[in-house]
Design a protein around this ligand. Structure first.
Ligand code: ADP
Length: 249
């Protein structure tokens, strides 16, 4: 989105009205979620979503480090979102920049409102999100991965937390922007939904949308989150009740 005005905008829709990658306006990129992808962590998940590849690991509830962050009446939720140096075309400077810190903070707050933190006083629940390959929408892919990893760790939460961005591209609302659409779009609105209650626990906005567009964008995102929710539930089902191979006894 920072590139508006800086570069000539490439075509973002084909003659058939479809998007550069052939999708309809309300179509998600292919999403694959694997629960329990790591053996070391208490819970983990791996997400491939379009060209995004994201690993999440969860530890805890465990002792708080640093100690002074400990809360007597609840667990704290700490999150570290990190993009690998090799995750983007031009090598990203390694380490936690301001963007990563902001994303880590909003994700931690979203999960803190989901987890029954009062059940684990004086402990920490640590969520690590590593973006291995990035193509826009990585905070949403990170939330999906972390949410399944938290469930895999057996941490009680009100629900799973699907997330997706809706944006405005070439004057049209589209769901789940890819990198080109993110670069040349007019707005980007990532959101995370608690499906059972309809509550949004994360909503950020970059760019400009009218009030009506904002309302339609949220509706589109909520619908997308419901189908992402199905993929997340299926990943957990497969982990804990794998369907037997055909012909197996
Ligand atoms: P999100 O990944 O959640 O959409 P942004 O809108 O901030 O977050 O970023 C969009 C995309 O821009 C990222 O997915 C990534 O492909 C790219 N990007 C973000 N930060 C950097 C960076 N420091 N260097 C190179 N590419 C980046």
């Amino acid at each position: 989105m920072g590139n508006i005005g800086a570069k000539e905008v490439p075509p973002l829709f084909g003659a058939d009205g479809r998007r550069v990658d052939g999708r309809h306006l309300d179509e998600l990129r292919p999403l694959k979620v694997t629960a329990g992808a790591l053996t070391q962590a208490d819970g983990s998940a791996y997400v491939e979503w379009g060209l995004n590849k994201v690993m999440a690991a969860v530890y805890g509830p465990r002792e708080v480090h640093p100690r002074h962050l400990q809360e007597n009446n609840k667990a704290i939720v700490q999150c570290r979102y990190n993009m690998a140096a090799f995750s983007v075309d031009e090598r990203k400077r390694p380490g936690l920049d301001r963007r990563s810190q902001e994303i880590s903070k909003v994700i931690a707050e979203a999960f803190e409102s989901m987890i029954f933190v009062e059940e684990y006083p004086r402990t920490s629940i640590d969520v690590y999100i590593e973006v291995l390959q990035a193509n826009a929408g990585t905070r949403c892919a990170g939330i999906v991965a972390a949410s399944v990893a938290l469930a895999d760790a057996g941490i009680p939460m009100v629900d799973l937390l699907p997330a997706v961005a809706v944006g405005k591209v070439g004057g049209k609302l589209v769901i789940d922007l890819n990198k080109l659409e993110d670069n040349f779009g007019e707005a980007d609105l990532p959101m995370a939904l608690v499906p059972q209650s309809g509550r949004l626990v994360l909503l950020q906005m970059e760019g400009h949308l009218s009030r009506d567009e904002l309302s339609s964008a949220i509706d589109m995102g909520v619908q997308g989150c419901q189908s992402i929710y199905g993929v997340m539930q299926q990943a957990l089902r497969e982990r804990y009740a794998p369907t037997p191979a055909p012909g197996a006894p």
